[in-house]
Design a protein around this ligand. Sequence first.
Ligand SMILES: C[S@@+](CC[C@H](N)C(=O)[O-])C[C@H]1O[C@@H](n2cnc3c(N)ncnc32)[C@H](O)[C@@H]1O
Length: 244
Amino acid sequence: MAKRPKAGGSVSGPDGGRRQLKVRVKTARKRSVSSARWLERQLNDPYVKSAKHEGLRSRAAYKLTEIDDKYRLLKPGKRVIDLGAAPGGWSQIAAERVKSITGDGQVIGIDYLDVEPLPGVTLLKLDFMDETAEEVLKSSLRGGKADIVLSDMAAPTVGHTRTDHLRIMGLAEAAAHFAIDVLAPGGAFLCKVFQGGTERELLDLLKRNFAVVRHVKPPASRSESAELYVLATGFRGEDAGLQG
Ligand SMILES: C[S@@+](CC[C@H](N)C(=O)[O-])C[C@H]1O[C@@H](n2cnc3c(N)ncnc32)[C@H](O)[C@@H]1O
């Protein structure tokens, strides 16, 4: 039986160790080998099954749960901005943990895709790269600066590794500059990057502005995927004058 990734709780793996029967998918005429492979992986993925069972919007919700179980970022009362929020899994976990439904916490999610309304989450349908987006996000914050900026943003992949890498790193860079602008001292930034680590320039920027910078790969992130996260904690604040 799957364990629920509750607010403040921990997750020990979604299949609870039970053996599952493997579903095989044949390639139909209209289904390419790679899409049949994708479908087979989805159907056999215990995280996908568990997310559905637990009413979570995405499999990705487990990645944030696992990272937060270890690093304890999402405490009650914190203000969180979730960049690239659709379909809403990370925002769901954040809302539970910072208690934005019942307490003082706040969660603001942004995506250019529609996200079904979520209790305790302010959702903005907007491209984060749009020049108005940062101001709209800032003006949606209640009572000051943010405590945590999350970014799971990823543009649709084109299958060309170098192009996909560049696009994801462009989004990560924009997210980092925004985090430095919007975070309160002591704040944290968690962002999807690419295997091989964060580019030197971005890493240097984060190291100048945060006390600790590390790369994390939660168990829910598929080992064969190039996905990785950079986690920067202990934002030094703008007074440090280190932003450039
Ligand atoms: C991997 S999904 C996020 C999944 C989400 N963390 C969850 O748990 O449901 C990446 C999202 O980033 C969004 N995205 C990519 N570029 C964006 C941009 N420039 N502005 C807003 N959202 C963006 C995509 O639309 C997509 O929904």
